[in-house]
Design a protein around this ligand. Structure first.
Ligand code: ADP
Ligand code: MG
Length: 354
């Protein structure tokens, strides 16, 4: 017989449930940053400024010039499962945004102090609001929780302060501020090289341009030089040069692939790869499938597929995405890269011979 006596089952307290659920989405400052960056991009921001204090543990602030949030929507902003991006089940198959679950700000509000200043183009003033556990909360004890009018530019500023202040130390998976900062840097670098199509091409803009991203940290010296500042030309190639350096940019090759007559649906892929000439310390891999990214240095590709062929609903952080004909598409992308690499190798041989 078991030496353990059965214990009564009881329902966990609501606040505990929420905190546990939040911890599954937000393990560290870099996870929060990813969500906030995606929200800014979903809001059409073309300029995003990020500030991290103590590796984001003390403060993570994102200033965007996107659509802003209407005053009337502020009460639901940090409520779980509240979103402006999805209404019906069928909307899931034509998603053009990173977000749709309405879980990110809610999760952050359960594990950090969340402060928002936002202004739409129509509003004559900005609104300031604070959130705790999914709800509007007073910024100072004894004051009202209602949003307050204030001065501000068009767009949204979100500040996440003292993340995990309410999680017992032993349960935090965090490393040092410098380690957390390295992860923040990694996230910013990924989004600094987003492939085209993720941002709507704005009127008067001939082609897609990358968002301008600026990252500052006050972790080390409080110096004012940005750790990441994307090029104003905003092309993928110049962004790769800025992030990975001129040696990588010099060896950069571009491959393209698209659906053929035998394919059941349209797709296009764009791959950036480094020629064999460049010896990466650790070979890595980056693949963009619609809104999802996997990172690498030696290889970087973007796949444009009809959103209805992508199943993003696999994992809350979208670390896993499935798409139809995954194997066939991957094979074609790989083939197109082979061709580009072979051509590159051949032109090199000619160069050496002459
Ligand atoms: P989701 O992105 O899945 O909708 P979030 O919790 O990340 O859920 O955000 C909730 C909602 O808050 C969004 O649907 C959007 O309407 C609004 N929002 C969040 N961040 C911004 C922002 N930077 N600019 C404009 N609206 C925002
Ligand atoms: Mg979101």
């Amino acid at each position: 017989a078991s030496a353990v006596d059965p214990k009564p089952i009881h329902r966990l307290e609501e606040s505990l449930i929420n905190r546990i659920a939040a911890g599954e989405i937000i393990h560290r400052p870099a996870n929060a940053l990813k969500e906030l960056l995606e929200n800014a991009l979903d809001a059409g921001a073309t300029q995003i400024k990020i500030t991290a204090k103590d590796g984001g543990l003390k403060l993570l602030q994102i200033v965007d010039n996107g659509s802003g949030i209407r005053r009337a929507d502020l009460p639901l902003l940090a409520a779980r499962f509240c979103t402006s991006k999805l209404s019906t089940f069928s909307d899931l198959s034509k998603l053009q945004t990173y977000g749709f679950r309405g879980e990110a700000l809610a999760s952050i509000s359960h594990v950090a102090h969340l402060n928002v200043v936002t202004k739409t183009r129509e509003d004559s003033c900005a609104w300031r609001a604070s959130y705790s556990d999914g709800l509007l909360a007073p910024a100072k004890a004894g004051t009202s929780a209602d949003p307050k009018p204030c001065a501000g530019n068009d767009g949204t500023t979100i500040a996440v302060e003292d993340i995990f202040y309410n999680i017992p130390l032993g349960l935090r998976a965090l490393k040092s501020p410098s380690d957390e900062y390295a992860r923040i840097l990694d996230v910013v670098q990924r989004y600094a090289i987003q492939p085209k199509r993720l941002l709507p091409v704005q009127e008067g803009m001939s082609s897609y341009r990358l968002p301008l991203l600026v990252l500052n940290s006050t972790y080390q010296t409080g110096s004012n030089t940005a750790d990441v500042s994307t090029p104003s030309s905003r092309t993928v190639k110049s962004a790769i040069k800025t992030i990975y350096g001129p040696n990588v940019a010099k060896e950069l090759l571009e491959a393209q692939a698209e659906a053929g007559p035998e394919d059941e649906f349209e797709w296009q892929a764009e791959a950036w790869l480094i020629s064999a000439n460049y010896h990466a310390k650790k070979p890595a891999f980056l693949l963009f499938i619609n809104q999802s990214a996997r990172l690498g240095l030696a290889f970087r590709a973007s796949l444009d597929i009809d959103p209805s062929k992508v199943d993003v609903n696999v994992h809350p952080t979208k670390r896993e995405v499935h798409f139809l004909d995954e194997e066939a598409i991957t094979q074609k992308v790989a083939d197109s890269m082979q061709v580009v690499l072979a051509a590159n190798a051949q032109s090199r041989t000619f160069q050496y011979q002459t």
